[in-house]
Every structure is written in C-alpha cells, then in structure tokens.
Design a protein around this ligand. Structure first.
Ligand SMILES: [Zn+2]
Length: 431
C-alpha cells in the first residue's frame, strides 16, 4: 500500500473503532501501533481444537490527543475474561514477596490498625491482603472470578465475588464500609468503564484515605519497545499525565508516585480526596515534567512507536530466516501472553520454532493461540538440543539464562527479541 492508502485505512480504523476515548470521550484520531489481527493471548488450544475456527480481533492501539490515554477497544467482554480466571497470583513467589513488602510499608505509612479497613480491587487469590492479617488490619477483597475468590476465602481473606464500580461502592457504604486504603494492582488496564471504576473508589474512600494503583508505565513500554505487552485483555495503558487528569476528573488528587521494576517498568501512584490534608510529594511534579520532556504530550512521539515495533519484527524475522537457511534448530522458552502477541504479529509458527517449553504444567500438550506452536515441559530442550532458544518472557531473561546455563554444553545460544534482537552466548557469561 502507498502512504496515502495506509493513512486512509488508519483513519477508517480509528473512526470505526470507538465512539470516543474511554476516559475523556474525545474523538480518537491517532494510532500508536497497529499489530494486526490476533487471537486472545490466553486461549491455549488442546490438540482436538486445532482444526476449529479461532476468534481473531484487531490489536489496533489508539491514543487520545486530549488525555493521552493509550487504548484498545474492548473486543472481549470482561465476563468472558474474568469469570473463570486461570491466573493465580500466588503462583509467583516474587510477586507475593512484592505484595508483603507493600502491606508492611502501607500499614506503617498510613498507621493502619484494628480500626482500619484495607480493600483490594481485583484481589485475586488473596496473595496481597493475606499479609495485612498478621498486622491486625481488617481487609476486604473484591474479585470477579469466582474460582480465585474461593481460594482467597479459604486463606481467611473475606472476598466479594463482583465487579467494582459505583453500584458496588454505594452498596458497601450503605453497609457501613469505608476504606482507609484501596489497592488496585494491575487492574486499571482491564477496566472497561474507567470512569465508573474511579468514581466508585471516590465513594468508598474515607475522607483521609489513600488509593494506590500499580500499572505498567507507558513511557517504559515505548522506550523499551515492549509492544508485545499489548494484548486484548489490557484495554488501557497509562502515563502519569493521564493518571493526573483522571484523578482531577473525579475529585481526587495525585499525591505521590514511585517507579517500580515490575512488568518491565511500572508506576505506583497514590491518590487522595482533593481536599485531603496529605501533602503532595515532589516526585509527582518531577515525573510529570520528565514525561513532557520525553514527548508524551506530543502525538508525533506516539506515531513514531509503530516504526520501532516494525523494526523489531524485521530484525527478528531476518535473524530466524538466516538461522533456518543455515539449517539451525530453533525452539522457544516460555509461553506467556506477551509471547503470543509477538508470535502472531511476526507470523512465527512451526516453520521457525519446533516447539516452546513452559514451567506451568497446565500448558503442556497444548498449543499457542494462532500460531499453534506445541508447548512441552522444559526438559524437551535437553532432548532436542536446539542451536537457538528464543526467550519469550524477556523480563525473566537473566533468571532463564542462569537456570538453563547447561545448554552451553552443545553450544546453544539464547535469543532475546525485545527491544531488538540480541544473542546471548551462555558460555561467555561468568558462572
Ligand atoms: Zn481522552
């Protein structure tokens, strides 16, 4: 297609995709990146499903020129994503440790005790709230997926199976519940009606209460070319600029922010009522300025991201084609959601990767959505002795290279696709 045709397609997609921005309602006219059509990234297939039709949805990411919210249309209903959720947060030891440190820090910072109430939205299996119990802080979880909520209740974490918003917040207040602390970790991206969700937090929060939210930072996503972390289950991607506007819209105030290494670079923001006596920390203004300096109020910055994603695709395919032409054997390591965005966007099937491996036994014997790459136990690598191992969960690359160092026995090398193709030779690393 020529440039004019590309522009026409882009405009048509943007105009068709939305009534307006999910946060401020403005018309969406700018594309961050168009990753084409992809199946939902958690739909791993059984062998008997391989001949069936798979649902594909666009991964066309738009950005609002008024509030800078980066967003996808919600093609899938939240009910279909969350009613029986397969992800139990407690499976990740490092994430549970992160949650424990958070609870201890918050109990101290906000002076929480037996008189307080800590509420977590999308509380999963109680991985976080459980750490408040030994501190004597009463807790309440809200979790839409019944199966993970059940696991929380069994741990002694009271949990409501429901979707959070104005309706539930009013109901809770009518029952005499008000929160000193409301926590939302990696939930904001998955909320279809953002305004209803934030308005609900405002209703539930005590006059001097604090809301904390954690989410991947769009500034890091763009700087590190993490386009593969975009998937259908994540509708929204935030800068601090957007959070600041979102808070102000709902009578809340942004009072602090921390930068965290989780998920390739996240933010933890602190919000209070706008008339709260809590002071605004200096980190807020500093990070807002940094985002402006990095061009996050300029649509040209967002427009350039698509080229970066394309370059990563071209680089990875060029590498794999050269390897296959030399007769090399290539397999994958890991079958994370982001791997499926990458494999589908780059059209990498079993013509490149013989198989991939994963530590989660649920995935063994299944196939990746769309590209149908078989998923095997980690030991399959020792039997196949591949020349190259493509690391799909690149955020864990140090850990994986360390655990799999023995592949240097047959001169295997690791390939990391993000931000751009890098080859790691384990025999050159100090042990
Ligand atoms: Zn907007």
């Amino acid at each position: 297609m020529n440039i004019q045709a590309v522009e026409i397609v882009r405009e048509a997609k943007a105009a068709h995709a939305f009534a307006g921005c999910r946060l401020c309602g403005s018309r969406l006219r700018h594309t961050l990146v168009d990753l084409g059509m992809s199946p939902p990234c958690e739909n791993f297939l059984r062998a008997d499903q391989l001949d069936q039709m798979e649902a594909y949805y666009p991964l066309n990411v738009l950005v609002c020129d008024t509030c800078y919210l980066v967003q996808l249309k919600e093609y899938m209903s939240p009910e279909s994503i969350f009613s029986e959720y397969a992800y139990f947060s407690s499976y990740s030891a490092s994430w549970v440790a992160h949650a424990k440190a958070y609870c201890e820090a918050m109990a101290k910072r906000l002076d929480l005790g037996g008189h307080s109430l800590a509420v977590e939205l999308a509380s999963n299996d109680g991985y976080l709230l459980q750490h408040f119990l030994p501190l004597g802080v009463p807790v309440l979880g809200v979790e839409p997926a019944a199966n993970v909520a059940r696991a929380a209740i069994e741990k002694g974490v009271p949990t409501r199976v429901d979707f959070f918003g104005v309706r539930l917040a009013r109901q809770m207040v009518a029952e005499g519940l008000r929160a000193d602390l409301i926590t939302g970790n990696n939930v904001l991206a998955q909320v279809p009606d953002l305004n209803d969700f934030v308005a609900g937090m405002k209703i539930l929060l005590k006059p001097e209460g604090v809301v904390t939210l954690e989410f991947p930072h769009i500034e890091r996503l763009m700087a590190e070319n993490q386009f593969d972390t975009i998937y259908h289950e994540h509708f929204s991607y935030f800068s601090l600029l957007t959070i600041n506007l979102m808070a102000a819209r709902h009578g809340l105030r942004l009072i602090d922010v921390e930068e965290l290494p989780t998920h390739g670079g996240s933010l933890r923001v602190y919000l209070t009522h706008e008339n709260s006596s809590r002071p605004v920390g200096e980190r807020v203004g500093r990070l807002l300025d940094l985002e402006k300096r990095h061009g996050l109020t300029d649509m040209a910055t967002y427009a350039s991201f698509g080229h970066k994603a394309q370059r990563a695709k071209h680089d990875l395919l060029a590498f794999l084609i050269a390897a296959k032409n030399e007769g090399k054997k290539v397999c994958g390591y890991g079958a994370p959601g982001k791997g499926n965005t990458l494999l589908n966007y780059c059209a990498i099937g079993t013509d490149f990767l013989d198989f991939t491996v994963d530590r989660n036994p649920y995935k063994h014997g299944r196939f990746t959505p769309g590209m149908h790459i078989p998923i095997r136990p980690v030991e399959a690598i020792d039997h196949a002795k591949p020349d190259y191992i493509l690391i799909l969960p690149w955020n864990l690359k140090a850990e994986i290279v360390e655990q799999m160092h023995h592949v240097s026995a047959w001169n295997a090398k690791f390939v990391v696709p993000i931000p751009f193709v890098t080859v790691i030779d384990p025999s050159e690393l100090p042990r």
